[in-house]
Design a binder for this molecule. Structure first.
Ligand code: ZN
Length: 257
């Protein structure tokens, strides 16, 4: 069963790759089928098998031999591993549907943010409503009654969005420039709607910590300049994923355990 869940994850990862590539270009997700961005040749089904095709083709297009971005492989693998981990941690329950949907939204948003510095509304706005709906339909994900679960999720949306909105205003006053985009605000709102208000703090804590650490490393490696714009979406997403696995002992409990 675990392996089957992993395979299903790989396929959804493959779909996430399509979204990451096509959504910012405003292209249809369904039609046409996959094609090589370099030579335009259609990719046959046997060259479109997650992970496997990438390895067999040694990361190159079968026709023009142009390198295929390693990111395709990474996104598929990460999605497969996440689906598997949620199954291992929570069994075959509503958690799979809720957290796997959540993860897919985050990975799509993160890579689009890295590419374009924009967080697509078309993902985060429906995401907020989906988080609220899931919290109402499956209150067991928050281990609460139905009504409390919905309020917990609703408060999470307001607090998540509100916290970053405040930070954005403070940043604007202190640094006199745009530090946080509206996309980040909506993204943390979505994270709050899926996870509830408590994990918001852990998400922000890990997100800022990782964001600072990774930026410092990139600056030291001279891969980024000190005043380059840093997309915050991927770090918020990472923070949210970490929170899922630590949220039973979040905050003080997390440091004590
Ligand atoms: Zn090609």
């Amino acid at each position: 069963m675990g392996f089957l869940i992993f395979l299903i994850g790989l396929c959804f990862g493959s779909f996430a790759n399509v979204c990451i590539y096509r959504l910012p270009k405003g292209k249809s997700l369904i039609y046409p089928g996959s094609f090589c961005p370099n030579c335009g040749k259609n990719i046959k089904w046997y060259d479109n098998i997650p992970l496997l095709s990438y390895i067999l083709l040694k990361g190159k297009c079968r026709y023009c031999r142009k390198k295929i971005s390693f990111r395709y492989f990474t996104v598929e693998l990460l999605t497969g591993l996440f689906f598997f981990s949620i199954y291992k941690k929570f069994g075959f329950t509503a958690f799979n549907l809720v957290y796997d949907t959540f993860f897919l939204s985050l990975i799509i948003v993160s890579f689009i943010d890295i590419d374009t510095f924009l967080i697509p509304d078309v993902i985060v706005i429906p995401g907020i409503f989906l988080g609220l709906l899931f919290s109402f339909l499956f209150p067991e994900i928050h281990n609460m009654g139905r009504f409390e679960s919905f309020i917990y999720s609703f408060t999470g949306t307001i607090m998540g969005g509100g916290a970053l909105f405040l930070l954005a205003i403070i940043g604007k006053i202190l640094f006199k420039k745009e530090a946080m985009g509206g996309g980040d605000i909506k993204l943390l709102g979505m994270i709050g709607s899926f996870l509830g208000w408590k994990p918001i703090f852990l998400t922000l804590f890990f997100g800022s910590l990782l964001g600072t650490l990774i930026s410092l490393i990139l600056i030291l490696l001279k891969k980024r300049k000190i005043d380059d714009y840093v997309p915050f979406g991927p770090y918020l997403s990472l923070g949210a994923i970490i929170s899922i696995f630590f949220k039973e002992n979040y905050f003080l409990g997390f440091f004590i355990n």
